[in-house]
Every structure is written in C-alpha cells, then in structure tokens.
Design a protein around this ligand. Structure first.
Ligand SMILES: [Zn+2]
Length: 136
C-alpha cells in the first residue's frame, strides 16, 4: 500500500529559505498570480507596453498561469508559502510569497470559471486572513 510514491518521481525539489531543508508539497491548490496594471503585465511578461496594454484591454485582469503561490511544509518552520514562477527560457524561480504577491492572487481561482465577478474577488480578499511573508 505505501508504494504510491515510487512511481511519481517529481523532478523539482523545493527547499526551505530559512534552513534549506527539503520541503514537502502539501498538495494545496496553486494560487495563480494576476496583474491588474499595465505596468505589472509589462514587467512580468517582459513585453512591450503596447502589447501589455493590448492584453489588459482583452482580459481586464491578466492571469499569469506560469506564476503561483503554493503551500509547503518545513519540518522546522511549519507552513511556508512559496511563490513559484516558470519562465520559458530560464530556470524556475522560487521565493517567499510576499504580501504584495498575495494581493495579486485570487486564491480561489477556478480554471473553469476564468472570469469571476469583481464582487466575488473583493469578498474573498477581504475574508482572507492576513498572511505575513516571515514565519518567525
Ligand atoms: Zn525551515
């Protein structure tokens, strides 16, 4: 029965930013990052301002499916939220999720409902407990 693990060999490993211990994936949903400002879209996607404003006009908010916040667990530090970003031509970037990052996630995004109403957004945002980026 406990043999499930051997088959699923995930290549990517994550380490605690405080003690460098291997982190466990908690299997939490990925909280994808979205951008509401043209400047944010431009900066994160490395595209021209013109293209960014085009995207913005198309989507209003741009959901970045290559960046998300995910829940991990360190044996020493407990729950850790990491922000993970894939860029096509560079290694994966992992950093502690900052409060700023959290502001840009829906937390409840459902791929089948890409356009939740604004009121739903602010409702879930206002109910979200304050999350600090440091766990000490
Ligand atoms: Zn740790």
């Amino acid at each position: 029965m406990p043999n499930k693990r051997s088959r699923k060999n995930r290549k990517q490993k994550f380490y605690c930013p405080y003690c460098q211990t291997r982190l466990w994936r908690m299997g939490s949903p990925k909280h994808y990052i979205y951008y509401q400002q043209i400047s944010e879209i431009q900066k994160h996607l490395h595209i021209s301002r013109k293209k960014a404003s085009f995207l913005k006009s198309q989507h209003n908010t741009y959901l970045d499916r290559s960046s998300w916040i995910e829940d991990f667990c360190c044996p020493q530090h407990g729950k850790i939220w990491l922000k993970i970003s894939y860029q096509t031509n560079s290694p994966m970037q992992v950093s502690l999720a900052s409060a700023e990052d959290w502001k840009n996630t829906t937390g409840t995004i459902n791929p089948n409902h890409p356009n939740p109403s604004v009121s739903e957004f602010s409702y879930s945002m206002s109910r979200r407990p304050k999350i600090r980026s440091d766990h000490h």
